[in-house]
Design a protein around this ligand. Structure first.
Ligand code: PFF
Length: 457
């Protein structure tokens, strides 16, 4: 039986690190600042933080419950808990989302390799802000190099995936998390001491409430799901490798706190520099790549800082691509009963195709748009703003309404050996607050809430 031979993480600490490794990634350092920059600044931060508490924590705990309880992949878990029902669609939604996210995430991960090489070779040195921007645009819109790095990154992920859960995922996470943290702090200090840093800090921390629109709220919700790796069964899959004594509540709290802290540090690192160097905060996906090299220029031994930073960013991306790949590989391996290696190859090959098209959508396929979005942006939009929140909503509905409270509590307290002081609050949030809030954000974005309000006026 596949379930009985399943691997587990080597230690509790390993489980936390691997899960944090999945959560902390490009979503924090690349996507969060550019989403915030494009969606009104500090107002976005405020809504993001509210979403993390109201939606992120309940969904994360629920995913952990499902994975630890069933020891199955995202689809298998629902098949086991609710056989013969449509609930397994939640799992399929997650597996497809993982696949699509990898299709654009691998491209940005590939960019980090280019920057490691440029930092090493000194080509990042001695330019002004305008040339950093022009050079990034030239690189990202070219045909061959970004594709080579995208494929290289997918292959790197592939190698770790086939070397197994404990040796691969856990070991990689253990090394990079503390190092990443340290370098972020150094860069934050440099950034806030740049001339004119106050403007950036004000943009990041002082909310202008008039900037809050339905699309800002939807973007902040999407960012919450994306950054915490929730809504798509990734944490179901990881929790299936937890051992009996893993403390779900603490793991969820620690991972959420760490992930949020890294995003806030990323903001403190980026925005003072954005304003100091006259870059527009709404620059989009290139924001981090055109801002940070300017900061490195201001540091003694700048090239060394930039080499170390981009290596760490690549590693942070890697622990996330591993988790995305794992969702699709665990599903293919267990549900189609093919070897793990074969399953991993199928996933890698599919992702390479998506990655190539995503990469080209910055260059030769720039004008090929669907609903006004390039292929890259479309993958991002459909997954982060639609599939993950929908997945999260149904996960809450499933756990809130279909799972016996006693079984749920027993699993979350390791058979009553741990206290869970906030169990009723968690249950209330998961049953009512999270699903209703997600549904309202969707309806609001579609303009339906306005129509309903107008109807009654
Ligand atoms: N949370 C990752 C990041 O912030 O970079 C991205 C991600 C990983 C999203 C795994 C979803 C997922 F299942």
């Amino acid at each position: 039986m596949i379930t009985s031979e399943r691997a587990t993480f080597g230690s509790k600490f390993g489980a936390i690190l691997a899960t944090a490794g999945s959560a902390v990634g490009l979503g924090n350092i690349w996507r969060f600042p550019y989403m915030l920059g494009a969606n009104g600044g500090a107002a976005f931060l405020l809504i993001y933080l509210i979403c993390v508490v109201l939606l992120g924590l309940p969904v994360m705990i629920s995913e952990f419950y499902i994975g630890k309880h069933t020891h199955r992949n995202a689809v298998g878990a629902f098949k086991e808990m609710a056989p013969g029902t449509k609930w397994s669609l939640i799992g399929y939604n997650g597996v497809i989302a993982a696949f699509l996210i990898l299709g654009f995430y691998a491209v940005v991960s590939g960019w980090t390799i280019e920057y490691i090489i440029q930092a090493f070779s000194g080509t990042l040195h001695g330019k002004d802000a305008a040339s950093f921007q022009a050079d990034f645009e030239m690189f990202s819109s070219s045909t061959v190099r970004p594709i080579i790095w995208t494929i290289a990154f997918i292959l790197l992920t592939h190698v770790i995936i086939i070397s197994g859960v404990k040796d691969g995922i856990e070991r990689a996470s253990k090394v990079m998390m503390p190092a990443l943290f340290l370098i972020l702090i150094v860069l934050c200090i440099r950034s806030v001491t740049l001339p004119g840093a106050e403007k950036g800090l004000e943009f990041f921390f002082n909310p202008d409430f008039s900037k809050i629109t339905s699309s800002v709220v939807l973007s902040a919700m999407g960012q919450t799901f994306f950054s915490l790796s929730i809504g798509m069964g990734c944490l179901i899959t990881y929790a299936s490798y937890f051992n009996k004594t893993t403390n779900i509540q603490n793991t969820a709290l620690q991972v959420t706190a760490l992930d949020t802290l890294v995003s806030v540090l990323a903001g403190v690192m980026i925005f003072p520099a954005v304003f100091c160097f006259g870059i527009t905060p709404t620059a989009g996906p290139e924001l981090v790549f055109i801002t940070l090299p300017n900061v490195f220029e201001q540091l003694p031994l700048g090239w060394l800082w930039s080499v170390v930073f981009f290596i760490l960013l690549a590693l942070a991306a890697l622990t996330s691509t591993i988790s995305l790949h794992e969702v699709a590989t665990a599903y293919t391996h267990e549900e189609f009963k093919i070897s793990r290696t074969k399953a991993a190859w199928l996933v890698s090959a599919g992702v390479m195709v998506l990655g190539i098209v995503s990469s080209l959508s910055f260059g030769v396929l720039k004008d090929f748009t669907i609903g006004g979005l390039t292929f890259f942006s479309l993958l991002d939009y459909v997954t982060a703003k639609i599939m993950l929140p929908l997945g999260g909503m149904f996960i809450c509905i499933y756990v809130g309404y279909r799972v016996d409270r006693k079984i749920l509590k027993a699993e979350l307290t390791n058979e009553g050996t741990l206290p869970f002081y906030f169990f009723n609050t968690y249950a209330f949030f998961m049953k009512y607050i999270a699903p209703i809030a997600i549904a309202m954000i969707f309806l609001n974005e579609l303009g339906l809430i306005n129509k309903i309000v107008n109807f009654f006026q």
